[in-house]
Design a protein around this ligand. Sequence first.
Ligand SMILES: [Zn+2]
Length: 399
Amino acid sequence: MSMTSADPIANLATLIRCPSVTPAEGGALTALAAMLEPLGFTVERMTAREPGMPDIENLYARIGTEGPHLMFAGHTDVVPVGNEAAWTHAPFGAEIAGGEMFGRGAVDMKGGIACFVAAVARQIAKNGPPKGSLSFLITGDEEGPAVNGTIKLLQWAAERGERWDACLVGEPTNPDQLGDMIKIGRRGSVSGTITVQGVQGHAAYPHLADNAVRGVIALTDALMHPPFDAGTENFQPSNLEVTTIDVGNPATNVVPAQAVARFNIRFNDIWTAETVMAEIVRRLDAAARDERLRPGRPPLRYDIAWAERPSHVFLTRNDRLIASLSGAVEAVTGRAPKLSTTGGTSDARFIKDYCPVVEFGLVGQTMHMVDERVAIADLETLTVIYETFLQRWFGDARA
Ligand SMILES: [Zn+2]
């Protein structure tokens, strides 16, 4: 076997030195393939295409033909470096200083991939190939539009007969220290745009006009209050944020005819995308008839346009998957990880349609920042956690 791939530090340095800013492959998938093939994986590259969008390279690698089948999922693409001059060390240099490795993708999430490869390499060296099947589902389109990435790669693999029993996503999940947090679900997300139609007029003769600003304030107020819910056992309360209100009226003596507001709601498992959208429409219709800000007026005229592709809320309830990962984290770090559903969406929202999915990776503090970096000690610890998880999951799954 390749000794290099058993070393997460060497793996990560190799991956960081590939400038794979979305949509560029940057050599990262080729480098990953070169780590996996000597271990016995069959590696396939799948290029996804969509009109008007850059082609995206993705990778699927599998070892084994029997069940149970565990998937490790992630992405090798990274966000842009931002102000390169502000970096202490070159963003694609993988330099080590003060016990940390610097580079774009160090924690989000080339580090997670580097550790998982190392864990697999060590397990194969010690115990031979897994008692079942293990696959890597790695996209180059997570940080971008995510259209040519995990969604299409899952479809492509499923059409070829691939079936999985469980998935671990290696995104950075720990807020402060390795062992803080496993993600076992995610809130859903829906965005929309409201356009209010009033009647333009003179600010001194408002009775002849219908100020769209009064209307948009009434509608957005109704979206923000009262709270949608108080949270659930596994989820924080649903929350709606109005992200912009645009009127664009430069005159002081003109009442504007139109106002546009946009919003995003992160919702918990009390709701589905459909029911939360219905609740939003119910609130807007009630507010449109509310005369507090528009006394004596007929119901407000407005349109709502929903953003494409809502993210559906999900909660993973696979006890074996959660117990083997949580147990591995606690065995290695001595800390019981919090099982959480907080934070933004991830590609787990697509994977959950195929198999139970959880997420655990590095400490996320520097992700997307200048000087993204990872503690060298954490790379070794995460590798041991992943190794322990592999032993437990394959052991438990066959029990
Ligand atoms: Zn990521």
